[in-house]
Design a protein around this ligand. Structure first.
Ligand code: PLP
Length: 379
């Protein structure tokens, strides 16, 4: 535990909440949280489940009804030939990530991570006793990964690679070429691949989400992570899942049996309904897209800032070249001088230097006001 960090985004978000409570004028864009309500049909399904006393333990892997619905979703939408015994329903995608790391990593193993990356990957790897090996991607190249970059970091101890597409924080969506390079790489080096697909539904400009678990040559070595936090605005419900071969799932299930036991029963029931809320998800995606353009256009009009259009997820990940300041100094300056709370790019590891992550899952007025304040500050 000493080796692991706390979550910088969770800590910064708490700081923003505290400042607001103290009456300080702060606009907070630190959280990774949809700003929509959970669809009404999902709430109604949960209430109905509670009323009929569906409030007890379920099997550790999740109810059969929900696992069947997930299997159907994976076949239809992702091309993943999953089966019920390869699915574990978890309280959010995070516990599925931890189950994978704790199950398959041990002291002496190395786990590669494409960075900038979600900070919990690094912490989880260290908590599992393994070594964290970043593969830094470059802002200038649009955070594209190449086979050469992966080969430069691989050793005989490399056991696992973690990828996230669409990516938090960079917004990059892996292309077909990158997906196939990564697949060939893990196959040739006999590694496991953890594919975090939690933002799959939030993807823009006609790009396509590709699932590693759908590639037959590697499907037995892929653990797919997903959930409803982002796609159905259900962060507080805690509902996620892993999809893998039944062999890998059997190992990971021990983690679930011995820790959380199972995901909340009525949440699982409501989740079945959430898989049928495609129209709501699409409305949310459209709205994020409009706000992405609002924030990018506003920030790119400031000479010090370069803000690429996120290909997916709901974060602007932009670079500020100003007085040679580091990402941390820039984030501090934005908070102290403009009352704008954002996350320094370096909180996501190597490759985030001079960068800032700002969620655009915020109301338009706040986004516009943040741009105005930043324009004034950098002028
Ligand atoms: C990349 C990524 N993976 C996983 C998660 C965790 O999601 P959940 O709320 O389902 O645990 C998040 C949440 O911010 C995320 O950004």
């Amino acid at each position: 535990m000493k080796r692991a960090g706390g979550s910088p985004t969770v800590a910064l978000n708490a700081k923003g909440i505290r400042m607001k409570e103290e009456g300080i004028d702060v606009l907070s864009f630190a959280a990774g949280e949809p700003d929509f309500d959970t669809p009404e049909a999902v709430k109604a399904a949960a209430a109905e489940a509670i009323r009929r006393n569906d409030t007890h333990y379920t099997s550790a892997a999740g109810t059969i009804a929900l696992r069947r619905r997930i299997v159907r979703k994976l076949w239809e939408e992702n091309g993943i030939r999953a089966s019920e015994d390869g699915i574990i329903v978890t309280p959010g995608a995070k516990p599925a990530l931890y189950a994978a790391l704790m199950s398959f990593l041990e002291e002496g193993d190395e786990c590669m991570v494409l960075t900038p990356a979600y900070p919990s990957y690094r912490s989880g790897i260290l908590m599992a006793g393994a070594e964290y090996v970043p593969v830094p991607l470059r802002f200038e190249d649009g955070f594209v990964v190449t086979r050469e970059m992966l080969e430069a970091k691989v050793t005989a101890r490399s056991k696992m690679l973690i990828v996230c597409s669409p990516c938090n924080p960079t917004g990059h969506v892996l292309t077909k070429r990158e997906v196939h390079d990564i697949a060939d790489f893990v196959l040739e080096h006999d590694m496991l691949l953890v594919s975090d697909e939690i933002y799959e539904k939030l993807i823009y400009d006609g790009r396509e989400h590709l699932s590693f678990g759908a590639i037959p040559e590697i499907s037995d070595r892929v653990v797919t992570l997903n959930g409803l936090s982002k796609s159905a605005a259900m962060t507080g419900w805690r509902i996620g899942y892993s999809a893998s071969s039944p062999e890998l799932a059997r190992v990971m299930l021990k983690m679930q049996q011995n820790t959380v036991n199972c995901t909340a029963s009525f949440t699982q029931f409501a989740a079945i309904t959430a898989f049928d809320c495609a129209a709501e998800t699409e409305r949310m995606r459209q709205s994020y897209l409009e706000r992405r353009d609002l924030i990018c256009d506003g920030l790119n009009a400031i000479p010090a800032i370069t803000c690429p259009r996120a290909e997916g997820a709901f974060y602007a990940f932009f670079r500020i070249d100003w007085r040679d300041m580091s990402a941390g100094e820039l984030a501090d300056t934005l908070l102290d001088k403009a009352g704008v709370l954002v996350v320094p790019g370096t909180a996501f590891g190597e490759g985030g230097e001079k960068c800032i992550r700002m969620s655009f899952a915020a109301d338009r007025a706040s986004l516009q006001e943040a741009v105005r304040r930043m324009r004034e500050l950098f002028a």
